[in-house]
Design a protein around this ligand. Structure first.
Ligand SMILES: Cc1cc2nc3c(=O)[nH]c(=O)nc-3n(C[C@H](O)[C@H](O)[C@H](O)COP(=O)(O)OP(=O)(O)OC[C@H]3O[C@@H](n4cnc5c(N)ncnc54)[C@H](O)[C@@H]3O)c2cc1C
Length: 325
């Protein structure tokens, strides 16, 4: 496995061997697991084993851990709640660091800036905003996952996204430095956050988001709750809530064309492949209907791409991040 760094050239990465296991144990104690099935940590409920799976629940742990991994030249990958991931059946080589336990109290400053740590569940942040009469977060109601994952993927819907509400984020950089970066230095596009500082933005899972601050606007809590109820109702009506999935599988090819409609038109709604199915309720959701493997889901993905290309000459790009061997 290789990784490309700007000033060094291609360099082989190390593997999680016995010595590395011992070191990880000494740093993390019972917060590290080996050959851990990723199916346990993704909303799709599929995915083979990660060589090592580390739970980082505070900033000091994550900083020391990543420093040690860099020194040992070990590949690592930071995740939140795994709700936008399809991990392949052979799993992930290297160390997966999960941040979903890294959260504390959500706080408000006098200028109405709301701060939350990267592992804070989005549902918690949305409830906090509603309870305290802050407008701006309702778009995210029903988006599972963490604050960190939502920023990196610029999670959102037709009525808003993370780029609209973020005011700054605290990043861990490859140099080990922790830096606050204002929203103006970041750019957001459809389901993606970009950061242009090339000299820093390199390697592994960098930059790692540790904390974020949001600019929210005080508003009438009764009005906000009414709006929230409508949004939750819309989700329940239009999306398959019960079956494991990773949300919309494909990006919409453009703002006027919905990937779900294209999949519906080519007649694939309800189509099965192994244990995976194109949802009957929403054609852009692939669901794990019956003990699907990642290969089943990838099989459906290819079928969709092929059929949509044949009929419309549109190349559908996955919104879900496909990772692993
Ligand atoms: C039922 C359902 C409905 C959904 N609806 C929506 C929707 O309406 N809109 C939408 O946009 N998405 C939706 N999603 C997808 C998903 O919930 C979002 O993309 C979510 O924000 C991902 O957060 P996560 O913590 O699970 O990230 P993960 O899936 O764990 O990771 C996603 C990416 O973020 C990176 N990452 C995670 N945390 C950090 C961090 N702290 N620092 C650096 N990188 C990090 C990972 O490396 C990975 O590249 C839905 C998913 C499901 C299952």
């Amino acid at each position: 496995m290789f990784i490309c760094w700007e000033r060094r050239c291609l360099k082989a990465l190390a593997r999680v061997d016995e010595q590395c296991r011992q070191w990880l144990h000494s740093v993390l104690g019972d917060r590290v697991f080996f050959d851990e099935p990723m199916a346990r940590h993704t909303s799709f409920r599929v995915g083979g084993p990660a060589d090592a799976f580390a739970i980082a629940d505070d900033v000091e742990v994550i900083v020391n851990l990543i420093k040690g991994l860099q020194q040992r030249n070990l590949p690592f990958w930071v995740i939140g709640r795994g709700t936008n991931l399809l991990v392949k059946d052979a799993g992930i080589r290297g160390v997966v660091i999960v941040l979903k336990k890294m959260f504390g109290n959500i706080t408000v400053k006098s200028d109405n800036t709301v701060k939350a740590m990267a592992g804070t569940p989005m549902s918690r942040l949305c409830r906090f905003a509603l309870r305290n009469g802050f407008a701006g977060m309702n778009f995210a109601l029903g988006i599972p996952g963490t604050v960190g994952g939502a920023i990196i993927t610029n999670a959102g819907t037709a009525i808003g996204d993370m780029g609209n509400v973020l005011c700054e984020a605290k990043f861990l950089l490859p140099s080990g430095e922790i830096k606050k970066i204002a929203k103006e230095k970041l750019s957001f596009s459809y389901r993606q956050m970009h950061w242009d500082n090339k000299s820093e933005n390199q390697g592994g899972s960098f930059p790692v988001i540790l904390e974020a601050a949001f600019s929210l606007i005080p508003d009438d809590p009764v009005k906000l709750k009414k709006e929230a109820m409508k949004i939750v109702k819309w989700r329940k009506k239009s999306q398959p809530g019960r079956l494991p999935s990773a949300g919309c599988f494909f990006k919409n090819p453009d703002p006027e064309t919905s990937a779900g409609q294209l999949i519906d038109i080519v007649g694939l709604k309800g189509k099965n492949y192994g244990g995976a199915e194109i949802s009957q309720k929403h054609a852009n959701f692939i669901v794990n209907k019956n003990n699907a493997s990642a290969a089943d889901i990838l099989g459906l993905k290819e079928m969709v791409q092929e059929r949509v290309w044949k009929k419309f000459h549109i190349s559908l790009e996955p919104e879900v991040r496909i990772v692993g061997d």
